[in-house]
Design a protein around this ligand. Structure first.
Ligand SMILES: *Cc1c(COP(=O)(O)O)cnc(C)c1O
Length: 425
């Protein structure tokens, strides 16, 4: 038994499934999860002393790799001044200002503690602002685990084949309408039927929880114009894409401005943080400025905010980071695609910038239905092979491969060689 296996056995006695978040259990690849002891740059080390090249990056936050000195210093400094005050601190305003400067559609924002909380609160604000109840979400898009959006969600719930969850009363999802990603007609149909009741359309502008699925030309623009026409709010869930696809996220990259944006992951640089923001008139409905109640004992926590602020400062002052990451992504995923083809396999590689995914299918992946054609057993075998070769991929098909600025050419070559060995086996 490895040390990780022993630790997992013990963990299972005390935590459901041995974990604090389902996908960590490695259930879909049939191995014990690796217990991680430490990380540095683009490497992870497990409790057995094995080293891995990390392509999960804590599911997105580690855009600059682990232990970036400027971020660590900022966090350690903040720790020394006190872990939490439950009172105003000036760094909260600095971070809010930084985000508003970098993402023009966001004029005002509220910090929370996770992406889930940010989504939940954004939906409440959208409903409060529009005085309407219904929301439209897309099958295969994941917006955290709050009741209203846990319908045909991607990520862990997709791998486990239970898109809905026990314990969610029907009443909580009866105002959630489903549409198909990359199919604006499916959205239009809802608006034509009950447009005056729809508060918001929420979407991952690049879907990254059913693997990686890109928006087709015109799709986001169509959502924008439908929302404007019917007086509904367009909410971009940029928990993954925000500050990853560029300094102003997917909205900057595609040139489509939402009414509200949800952030998480990168804005906490690895600390538990989320935020939601948008047009001033919408955000002014949030308490205590307005009537939409939302609060948090640890929201805007000084340590977490210091981490995020240091992260965004680096990104703002070094725009070349994005040029390098995007070039690295084009090169790496392009080579992966070539390797697959060279080995005579029909598999698909979707990617944008530093975000990508290999699907074990011969079908172009453009939505939930096509994503589901991927052979998840084959993915599991591939993932086990890569792990054995020191490459740490998400232990589930419907997650992204996350590149960071700490990945080197040599690491990526090593990864491609391990992948090729699998394809040729
Ligand atoms: C991770 C994720 C969330 C949820 O964030 P948590 O911090 O895990 O609650 C929401 N939306 C998207 C797109 C995500 O990838």
């Amino acid at each position: 038994m490895t040390r990780s296996e022993q630790l997992f056995e013990e963990a299972k006695h005390y935590m459901p499934g041995g974990v604090n978040s389902p996908v960590r259990a490695f259930g879909s690849i049939g191995e014990a999860p690796r217990f991680i002891k430490r990380a540095d740059g683009a490497y992870l080390w497990d409790e057995d002393g094995r080293r891995y090249i990390d392509f999960v990056g804590s599911w997105g936050p580690m855009l600059l790799g682990h232990n970036r000195p400027e971020i660590l210093e900022s966090v350690l400094d903040a720790c020394k001044r006190g872990l939490s005050f439950g009172a105003c601190t000036k760094i909260e305003t600095e971070l809010a200002k930084q985000i508003c400067d970098m993402v023009p559609s966001v004029e005002m924002l509220r910090m929370v503690n996770s992406g889930t909380e940010a989504v939940m609160s954004a939906i409440r604000a959208a409903r409060g602002y529009t005085k309407r109840n219904k929301i439209i979400k897309f099958t295969g898009c994941y917006h955290g685990h709050c009741d209203a959006v846990l319908v045909k969600a991607g990520s862990g719930s997709m791998t486990h084949g239970v898109p809905d969850s026990a314990g969610v009363p029907q009443g909580c999802t009866q105002d959630t309408l489903l549409a198909e990603y990359n199919d604006s007609d499916s959205v239009k149909a809802h608006f034509e039927r009950e447009g005056e009741q729809i508060a918001a359309v929420i979407i991952e502008p690049v879907a990254a929880n059913m693997g990686v699925v890109l928006p087709q030309a015109g799709f986001l623009e169509n959502l924008r114009s439908l929302c404007t026409r019917y007086g509904a709010l367009l909410i971009f869930d940029e928990v993954i894409t925000g500050f990853r696809l560029g300094a102003s996220g997917a909205q900057g990259r595609f040139g489509v401005a939402p009414d509200m944006t949800v952030f998480g992951k990168i804005i906490g640089a690895g600390m538990p943080v989320g935020a939601y923001g948008g047009r001033r008139c919408i955000m002014e409905t949030v308490s205590p400025a307005g009537a939409v109640y939302q609060a948090g004992t640890l929201s805007g926590n000084p340590v977490a905010v210091s981490a995020g602020y240091a992260m965004l400062n680096i990104l703002k002052n070094h725009p070349e980071i994005y040029d390098n990451l995007n070039a690295m992504g084009d090169d790496f995923f392009g080579q992966l695609r070539k390797t697959v083809q060279k080995c005579g396999l029909p598999y698909r590689v979707n990617h944008i910038g530093s975000l990508g995914c290999l699907f074990f299918t011969d079908t172009d992946v453009k939505d939930y239905e096509s994503a589901k054609t991927s052979d998840t057993k084959e993915y599991a075998a591939y993932c086990r092979h890569m792990l054995a070769h020191g490459i740490y991929l998400a232990p589930a098909q419907f997650e992204a491969v996350f590149l960071s600025s700490a990945h080197t050419k040599e690491m990526l070559e090593e990864t491609l060689e391990a992948a090729e060995a699998y394809f040729r086996r």
